[in-house]
Design a protein around this ligand. Sequence first.
Ligand code: AQP
Length: 340
Amino acid sequence: MSQFKPRVFSGMQPTGNLHLGNYLGAMLNWVRMQASHETIYCVVDMHAITQAMSVWGGPKELNTATRNVAAAYMAAGINPKRSILFNQSQVAEHGELTWIFNCVARLGWLNRMTQFKEKAGKDRENASVGLYDYPVLMAADILAYHATHVPVGEDQKQHLELCRDIAIKFNNDFGVDFFPITEPVIMGPATRVMSLRDGTKKMSKSDPSDLSRINLTDSADDIAKKIRKAKTDADGLPSDREGLEGRPEADNLVGIYAALAGMEADAVLKQFGGGQFSSFKNALADLSVAKLAPIAVEMNRLLADPGYVEGVLNDGANRARAIAAPIVKEARKIVGFVVG
Ligand code: AQP
């Protein structure tokens, strides 16, 4: 039996609007896990500033986006009394543990990170050191709480493997069993939601086309319009999963329907297979509006009281610090730092 009690940690960057991929890939599992686990959810503002300022918008935009994302978490079902909800930069232990982990992680490990390659693109020399170090900060986010489970979308799998490697190396180097070997929780029919314009590309905040994604702040009309305009091929909907092979757009829409309805993809195909794509799209548009439009309404209601959202983040930061401070203090002692 593990010495670590089950504890969940996860976060999202306040670099713009959250979208359906964030919601189905990660947040639905966050909400579910509140019932069974101790849960800590973070708005990772320190991660946001690793990208060019043109991406996160500057100080004013970052501040607003942090509040918006906190409100989105709550509107999607995160209960701040049950879960700890806070913004990363308020808990200094994240940065402190990152430094120790910077000295544990190896350059070769970071050189393999595909997200850095994608985000840095061709202009690698001009990427920030923070962008390169992103996965180490992510490991510190998780391990500062001795988190055992991290619900994320599939794109974060490699970063979580790095987090495990860091924990293992720290434990081996110092001859301790101090950090848990965290389990990724990548679960459900939509762990990788694809762009509505191109089924081979991940739905993402940074896609220049707003039609490629459904934002959690979209109006009911926009949601329905984007689903109806979503790219599809000329064939109808098949009755089984094999019929989706080589059809990434159709596969994506079926996965989205399944995740929103809480069904398996097979059951969706059983219900709609053999029919016209247009009628399936209508059903998907109705379901998406029914599930997502209330989130935007609730977000706006919460944001109308900025003092409330700020109070939640401050209270969450105090509760988070109370867990992280003794863990990081112990890590400093293990390393050999003189600790007062
Ligand atoms: N398309 C997706 N499908 C499933 N899960 C997804 N996630 C992100 N996109 C998808 C999951 O959402 C969480 C958000 O983490 P983040 O805010 O750090 O993600 P991000 O990389 O900024 O989000 P984007 O949209 O992917 O941004 P860009 O455009 O910058 O690449 C994570 O759990 C992630 O797996």
